[in-house]
Ligand binder design. Structure first.
Ligand code: UT7
Length: 330
């Protein structure tokens, strides 16, 4: 990207539901064990939304924290993006509900759908808006109540996911900070590898589809695993090269938190030590689009990221979609 105008990340926030569901609790309901879930995924627990904790509620909580951290009043925000594949309703956009909740007057508000890659896609779009001068103060939230799409009788998927939201504010800056390079992509031929079939215009819900549990996520875990590693590694290498950096100049990698074995495989293929990767999936599971900004929030709060550091965000999800971005922390 050639521009002397940058989009600095000036605030960060996160929110999760109240209720924790441990592996032991799942093992009491399903034919699974804490040992299987931990050894195959690294997950020990996840947060699961209650009826009053739908997507806009978590998104608004995370957005409010980010605005406070940035010292931004709601009136200053001119653009609000919510990355989600689990909106409150088919329409209007969840972003419009969040805009009203946060008291952000008149800002443009829209949702962006890229499944677990939603935050990296969103940061790419958001940065372009700020760098072009079309936005001065932007709020990007990634929020999913993915457990809403889960068949709690299907042990191969329900142990993996949790709910949450993460947010950042972007502000125009003349200093070289914020997103420096990005590589996002998709492979639509792989759409069936992870999908919810029923409930859209292609297969409107019928009693037969509900009985066949087609309103829930189906997933080919092994294939997704393979594509995830390749998508994250290749996009990461491209983003780092485009930023004019070497991989060993990256202070911290903040990856999508789907499976510790995926993160280990990505680290190995990139030739980076696992200690250079931020991992918190043991406590949250896979929170879909929210996973990268929740990890980013915790990394900053734990002092793992210092001003001037180059960090690499990398994600992968249904679509199939993937994306990696190099960010200079400011
Ligand atoms: O954001 C992207 C979202 N998607 C993903 O991240 C998925 C990526 N894939 C994965 O993380 C892994 O493929 C899984 C964790 C989903 C599965 O791990 P795996 O090592 O690929 O296991 P598998 O699917 O090959 O299944 C191995 C065995 C099977 O039994 P059999 O056929 O070998 O007898 C499964 O039925 O494990 C069984 N199994 C379970 N056993 C106990 C599957 N789920 C469970 C479970 N508890 N929860």
């Amino acid at each position: 990207m050639i521009s002397s105008r940058y989009a600095a990340i000036t605030g960060w926030g996160m929110a999760v539901p109240q209720r924790v569901v441990t592996n032991e609790e799942l093992a009491r309901r399903l034919t699974t064990t804490d040992e299987w879930i931990r050894s195959r995924t690294g997950i020990a627990q996840r947060y699961v939304a209650g009826p009053d904790e739908y997507t806009s509620v978590l998104a608004s909580r995370a957005g409010r924290v980010a605005l406070e951290r940035a010292g931004l009043v709601p009136e200053a925000v001119d653009t609000l993006i919510v990355a989600t594949c689990t909106p409150d309703r088919p329409f209007p956009a969840t972003a419009c509900t969040v805009q009203a909740n946060l008291g952000i007057p008149r800002a443009s508000a829209f949702d962006l759908v890229a499944a677990c890659s939603g935050f990296v896609y969103g940061l790419t779009v958001a940065t372009a808006l700020v760098k072009s001068g079309m936005s001065q103060h932007l709020l990007l939230i990634a929020a999913d109540v993915f457990t809403h799409l889960i068949d709690w009788q299907d042990r191969s998927t329900c142990v993996l996911f949790g709910d949450g939201a993460g947010a950042v504010t972007l502000q125009a800056s003349s200093e070289r900070r914020g997103l420096l390079s990005t590589n996002i992509g998709a492979w639509g031929e792989g759409e069936a590898l992870m999908a919810v079939d029923a409930g859209g215009t292609r297969l409107p819900v019928t009693p037969e589809l509900l009985a066949a549990r087609r309103q829930y996520v189906s997933m080919n875990g092994r294939e997704i695993f393979r594509h995830a590693v390749r998508g994250m590694v290749e996009s990461a290498e491209r983003a780092v090269a485009e930023a004019g950096l070497q991989l060993d100049e990256i202070a911290l990698v903040v990856p999508h938190q789907a499976n510790l074995r995926i993160i280990e495989a990505v680290a190995k293929r990139l030739g980076l030590p696992l200690e250079r990767f931020f991992v918190n999936l043991d406590r949250y599971g896979n929170t879909s689009a929210a996973s990268v900004p929740i990890a980013l929030y915790e990394a900053v709060e734990q002092g793992r990221i210092a001003a001037g550091d180059y960090i690499l965000l990398t994600a992968f999800g249904g679509g199939l979609t993937w994306g990696s971005s190099v960010v200079r922390w400011g």
